[in-house]
Design a protein around this ligand. Structure first.
Ligand code: G4P
Length: 530
């Protein structure tokens, strides 16, 4: 929004609440330190007392849900969740992204709900494959990124080399906010470039002084000379931080630290509080929606079942886009035009949930429901709009589900429907009436499906190759053109969860032949769920 537009609008009663929200995710390669950093961030926010609670290390959390056993076996996190905490009068909503690439779809959806991201890099390894992929997803929406170079307390690469790699590999300008004093066993602390303040690893939260002179007597002469030289070089050769460039996603501020030693974490939180954007306006199909508008709008970016087996509930994770959500409010689900009572919206903390009495733009609340809410749904106070851009991706793997007990076909059908609504798998029902196919982006999703069908529905299944390997959504400029295409291709067509047509093909050759023959038809591998 322009300044002129701002001044024309009456001051919003919610502007202050919006301004202090920071909704972000952490992107990293497995093992870079995301979990450790999350723990430390939550500690600063007072959300947890003891580090070590976030990762499912204790048995209690591990047994919370049967299908989390997969997570345990594979040693990865397959559950996306949100954690809310306060620091310096800011409300932080940290959205957890699953670490495994098989869940890129889930991750993508989560990233549609954040305003910024923290990229954690292992100082010894630099930009790793998974980080790069996640970064590319962020770039699609130009999400501003703060970089945290972690594990400085271990043998690490030269800081120039790390910065250069970020710049080269990601085509992203870098501007260090802090500079490391030594590395590995000699990692003594950091120098804040703007203020010249020095923070020492063993110095607690206080600054040790201003200017490199403050280091005299604290580090060796040799170390001091090296840092002085590095800083001269850095200040001459590297870009200074530029807020606009950062907010536009072209430049990343960089901080050095050690999550394990709890060093640099406060600097990171300060950077998020000071520099990261508050919730931004969002496009809907009819008009842009500004976060401080008085009317509540929101969208569902994730649906998760059975977070707690004692409740067997289904939680829709909803990002508020404008206005204020209050407990007990009635909201309109614009896809179905139904009014839904929001009786028990929840905030999530490290281990706990609490009823959300009110929530503002940027907040993420969980809404328990029995399957009415779906990914991509827009909720409003009555206005008929839909937010854009919570996509579905064409599956890379298509399989038929083989049921051990054929008598349970009906149960399987409804189980698949429910799991598809949660976004665990996609389900395609062929128009010729043959059994449904499941589609996944990554093979691990099939394991999750098997595990959940057994644990939650008592269904034993296996998977069979299908004659199809490619699925593409089909759209046409007119209904007539679409009907013609459907009539001529019934045998290779299926419907997705929403009843939208999908062309199934056995090979790339077959798909490209269809494209050649049906020029007016568009075949897409991404569908915006509305
Ligand atoms: P992830 O969620 O990104 O996969 O990483 P996680 O935090 O689990 O960290 C991976 C490993 O790296 C852990 O060690 C963790 O203790 C260590 N680590 C994280 N941050 C730092 C750091 O700043 N410095 C050092 N030296 N190590 C760090 P682990 O031995 O695999 O697990 P654990 O038994 O210690 O939990």
């Amino acid at each position: 929004m322009t300044d002129a537009a701002l001044s024309l609008r009456p001051a919003s009663p919610y502007a202050h609440e919006v301004e202090r929200r920071r909704t972000f995710a952490i992107i990293s390669h497995p093992d870079a330190g995301k979990t450790t950093l999350t723990e430390k961030l939550l500690m600063f926010g007072g959300a947890i007392q003891l580090a070590g609670q976030v990762k499912a290390k204790g048995e209690r959390r591990r047994t919370r849900s049967d299908w989390m056993a997969i997570e345990r076996e594979r040693g990865i996190s397959v559950v996306t969740s949100v954690m809310t905490f306060e620091y310096r009068n800011c409300v932080f909503n940290l959205l957890d992204t699953p670490g495994h690439e098989d869940f890129s779809e889930d991750t993508y959806r989560t990233l549609t709900a954040v305003d910024s991201a923290v990229m954690v890099i292992d100082a010894a390894k630099g930009i790793e494959e998974r980080t790069k992929k996640l970064f590319e997803v962020c770039r699609l929406r130009d999400i501003p990124i703060v970089t945290f170079v972690n594990k400085m307390d271990r043998e690490s690469r030269d800081p120039f080399e790390i910065l250069d790699e970020i710049e080269q590999t990601l085509a992203l300008d870098v501007a260090p906010l802090t500079w490391p004093i030594g590395g590995g066993r000699d990692f003594a602390g950091t120098f804040e470039l703007k203020s010249g303040r020095i923070r020492l690893v063993d110095g607690g939260d206080d600054f040790a002084g201003e200017g490199l002179g403050a280091l005299k007597g604290l580090v060796s002469e040799h170390r001091l000379a090296t840092v002085t030289e590095e800083l001269e070089l850095a200040q001459g050769a590297l870009k200074a931080f530029d807020l606009t460039s950062f907010r536009e996603g072209h430049l990343t501020p960089v901080l050095f630290g050690s999550a394990l030693r709890n060093f640099g974490v406060r600097d990171l939180l300060d950077a998020l509080a000071d520099l990261a954007p508050a919730p931004q306006g969002l496009d809907s199909d009819k008009r842009p929606v500004e976060p401080d508008e008085p009317r509540m709008t929101a969208f569902v970016f994730k649906v998760q079942a059975n977070m707690d087996p004692n409740h067997r509930d289904r939680i829709a994770f909803v990002r508020i886009c404008s206005g204020k959500l209050t407990r007990g409010m009635k909201v309109k689900q614009t896809r179905t035009q139904k009014m839904i009572g929001v009786h028990a919206p929840q905030f999530f903390f490290a281990q706990d949930r609490a009823l959300a009495e009110e929530a503002y733009a940027g907040d993420v609340v969980g809404i328990p429901n029995h399957g009415a809410l779906r990914i991509g749904d827009t909720l409003t106070e009555g206005e008929d709009i839909s937010f854009l851009g919570v996509p579905s991706f064409a599956p890379e793997i298509l399989r038929r589900v083989r049921l051990e007990d054929a008598m349970k076909a009906k149960k399987l059908k409804s189980a698949l429907q429910e799991l598809a609504e949660e976004g665990v798998v996609q389900v395609f029902r062929p128009l010729d009436g043959s059994p449904a196919l499941v589609g996944v982006v990554g093979a691990l999703q099939l394991d999750v499906l098997t595990g959940r069908l057994l644990a939650e529905y008592g269904l034993e299944v296996g998977f069979e190759q299908s004659q199809y390997s490619i699925a593409r959504w089909v759209t046409a400029p007119t209904k007539q053109a679409l009907d013609e295409f459907v009539a001529a291709n019934r045998s290779g067509l299926a419907e997705d969860l929403d009843g939208d047509p999908v062309l199934l093909a056995g090979s790339a050759f077959q798909m490209s032949r269809a494209k050649d023959r049906w020029e007016k038809i568009e075949f897409t591998d991404v569908k915006d769920v509305r």
